[in-house]
Design a protein around this ligand. Sequence first.
Ligand code: PMP
Length: 357
Amino acid sequence: MRKINFTAGPATLPEEVLEKAQAALWDTGAGAGILEISHRAAYFDDLMNETQAQFRRIAGVNEDYIVLFMQGGATLQFCELPMYLTRPGDHIDCIHTGFWTRNAMRDAVHYTQVYYAYDGAQHGFEHIPTTDEIHYSESPRYVYYCANNSFMGTEWQAPPQNAPAPIVADMSSNIFSRPIDVNAHGVIFASAQKNLGIAGCCVVIIHKSLLREDVQPSMFDYRRQAEARSMLNTPPTFAIFMLKQMLDWTEERGGLEGMLVRNREKAAIVRDAIDDTLGFFRHVGEPQCRSLMNISFRSPSQALDERFVAEAEKENMFGLKGHRETGGLRASLFNAMKPENCKILADFIREFARKYG
Ligand code: PMP
């Protein structure tokens, strides 16, 4: 039996997409199932070209940028980007908003110096800085931020302003949940397993002016990857097939504007239920910084949080436990999460507060 899946990723997928995947496992129409087709076959070549074109159209990526479908997840980009973009003596600015910027910088320090233009620890990571609160250094090679902090449930509403260098964004947990201002960025990267399908593929969008000549190792050479159309080695063929299905699904629902409307409605359904409990449950994250994708909240105690998770499981809902570093509760409402399932969770939240409040 399929239950309602609120996990933070790999996350729930649209039923329509799963049905297409199910059929394609057996037969793509090219004489074999999708798992059995060579990346050199005409079928896959066409799929790659179509996926690339469709991704660019939906995201609004112009010819100044390349789009790559890489492996190694977002985590490989944590080291690949500083390794590729910085030179000896350089430094970068990090706008530190939690677990994922910390992890990225743990890798970056092996290749460059990191300056913290803002340190969110002072606000318990419940805040996204305003422009005045960010203090850029002199001449960083780039400015790094994480667009949606899946661990704490905070999200940037717009890219950082007034950056003195190209901006690099980790959009793993909110890409395609809303329109993207690609041109405000030098690099955008995102693991696929939330809104773009399944694990195994990481989309990287890079401004061509940042590309370099002959970087080693070749797998880390974005320019060569682009020339090989993300097929320098055997690509994650099934993940790219799934990405294509997610792009179709997204486009059929009004693209990124359509996703924003849908995601705002869904988040409001759950947030309103939390508000209706009159302080029994508390939102994590300041109001103007709250994520549409990851609703972080807490009951009055850890024991009640645990009871909430256990009782929700009896109602066929799972994945509601907070991030391992923050505790509390978290409901991830990625694009594929249906509004009616958000309503079921909202009713459960109200009922739980009535019972234990
Ligand atoms: N950044 C963010 C914001 C994430 O949410 C995640 C995964 N949850 C990652 C990076 C890491 O992605 P991966 O495991 O694919 O490397």
